[in-house]
Design a binder for this molecule. Structure first.
Ligand code: GLU
Length: 255
């Protein structure tokens, strides 16, 4: 299977913005194993701004653009350093691809990054993508990596898009405030009712909430890709998702 795995800042970093070492080590181990089993893995990783915040000892997520872009520039290095080091332990090679909205909108640029990723996959490399936050301004911003992950999955005709976050999946109501909220295991169609269930809460260091995830599900399923939202706190969950077990929420791709 060709699998795009998007990992959110809340999964990769502690609330301080510093990397969650145990978690990231485990994630890289499981992803390496899935690759060893014959799957193609494309990683869409957030965490650049969050880790920049940690490394620069800033007091919280910056609100002004220059500090955000500076934090992303610092944090992106840290991210790739960590991925390179951890995947190397399992004999895998990573490659960094940073893109902006303009790279997706313009057909020629989109074809360029698509060709690069396909060639990297042929070469057995794990491409690691993020938005190029250090240069993306309002006019060219994609804005969140749920959307980026979905666009990448659709472009590459992936079999599966996995979104790992700090939530277990899509609930019938907000599980923090409503104890009757139930986890939906399978969503065949994104109806108006589903959209109504979605809150707009955003994590402390990340960007997306459930809203961007549903939007991503629309893009992915439309192009025939299944999408699963699951909690990344136990990285072994990736095995169950790939095996098609009932974990998280699976949105069925249109066939
Ligand atoms: N590109 C952002 C980062 O690396 C994250 C965007 C998102 O969380 O969706 O910090």
């Amino acid at each position: 299977m060709r699998i795009v795995i998007k990992i959110g800042t809340s999964t990769l970093a502690h609330k301080t913005g510093r990397i969650n070492i145990r978690r990231v080590e485990e994630l890289c181990k499981v992803m390496s194993d899935l690759k060893n089993a014959g799957h193609e893995i494309i990683l869409v990783s957030s965490g650049a701004i969050g880790m920049g915040v940690g490394k620069l000892s800033l007091s919280g997520k910056p609100t002004d653009i220059p500090t955000k872009q500076a934090a992303a520039a610092v944090g992106q290095c840290e991210l790739m350093y960590v991925y390179d080091k951890l995947f190397s332990e399992y004999n895998h090679t990573v490659a960094q691809i940073l893109i902006t909205g303009a790279d997706i909108e313009q057909t020629e640029r989109r074809t360029n990054f698509e060709n690069t990723i396909l060639r990297l996959l042929e070469l057995g490399v794990i491409p690691v993508l993020n938005e190029n936050d250090s240069i993306a301004t309002e006019e060219i911003v994609i804005g969140d990596n749920d959307t980026l992950g979905a666009i990448v999955a659709a472009t590459l005709k992936a079999d599966l898009l996995i979104i790992l976050s700090d939530i277990d999946g899509l609930f019938t109501a907000d599980p923090h405030s409503d104890k009757n909220a139930e986890l939906l295991h399978t969503v065949k169609e994104i109806t108006g009712e589903i959209e109504e269930m979605v809150g707009d809460a955003v994590g402390e260091l990340g960007t997306g909430g459930m809203y961007t995830k549903i939007n991503a599900a629309k893009i992915a399923t439309k192009s025939g890709t299944d999408m699963v939202i699951a909690n990344g706190k136990e990285p072994k969950i990736l095995y169950d998702i790939v095996d098609g077990k009932e974990v998280g929420t699976r949105f069925l791709g249109k066939r």
